[in-house]
Ligand binder design. Structure first.
Ligand SMILES: [Zn+2]
Length: 248
């Protein structure tokens, strides 16, 4: 039995009285667990297993199985604000999907922490700020998974790049490419200096201004393509794509 901080990422009913949840935990990565009796009227889980709720999970880990047992969940922070608007909900679901798909082994709990902070930020933000906060958090998650893109130097020849230089972004190469290197990589996307500055600001944990729909969509697409290149197993990122489609 372990007790670890956790965030509810997904849940569905199982038989008459139970629920199966997926949790981003600090101590054990992303796990699936059965909460027996969670659907009973006076369940000890109460409303603690609502989507995106943080709490302390009491988990019995079964080393040989993928489904563990959740014996209790002490909710510490519900996030009803995330269900308040479509903009917030679809953004939170897009981040949750990244964790569900790729964060199975989160040895140091960093994914849990980045996600929790991002969900709080999105929940308290006006809708207009949600896209920027979400893409920024997604790049932080990608960084914690070990795939930070190269931005200050060419990902191929390692030459330092000038901040004003017009470069291209090569997904497979792993980041910005100088002009001669980009010429060898068909399909590398142009990355204007402002976009590179934005990515660098996010990598430092800072906020950046993204004020028009086109810029937001370009960043959403860049992140999705990068994740698909480095992390995905060929399956589409459905929640992320739904969030992208929902942008004005
Ligand atoms: Zn180069």
């Amino acid at each position: 039995m372990i007790q670890t901080e956790a965030i509810v990422l997904h849940g569905f009913d199982y038989r008459e009285t139970s629920r199966i949840v997926r949790l981003a935990t600090r101590g054990a990565g992303v796990v699936s667990a059965i909460a027996r009796g969670a659907k009973r009227p006076k369940s000890r889980f109460g409303t603690g297993l609502d989507l995106f709720t943080s709490g302390v999970a009491h988990l019995v880990l079964h080393p040989t199985r993928d489904l563990h047992t959740l014996s209790a969940f002490d909710a510490t922070r519900a996030r009803p604000m995330l269900a308040g608007t479509m903009a917030r909900f679809t953004a939170a679901a897009a981040l949750g999907e990244l964790c569900l798909r790729f964060a199975n082994e989160d040895a140091h709990g960093a994914i849990h922490d980045v996600l929790g902070e991002a969900l709080d930020g999105i929940g308290g933000a006006p809708d207009a700020e949600v896209p920027e906060r979400t893409v920024a958090a997604a790049w932080r998650l990608v960084g914690e998974l070990g795939f930070s893109p190269s931005l200050e130097e060419c990902a191929a020849c390692r030459r330092a790049l000038d901040a004003a230089e017009l470069v291209r972004f090569g997904h497979r190469a792993g980041g910005a490419l100088c002009r001669p290197c980009a010429a060898l990589v068909p399909g590398a996307r142009p990355l204007p200096p402002e976009a590179r500055a934005t990515l660098a600001a996010w990598a430092r944990g800072e906020r950046a201004a993204l004020d028009d729909g086109r810029t937001i969509r370009a960043h959403q697409r860049l992140l999705r393509e990068f994740v698909e290149e480095h992390l995905a197993d060929g399956r589409a990122l459905r929640a992320w794509a739904a969030w992208e489609r929902g942008q004005p």
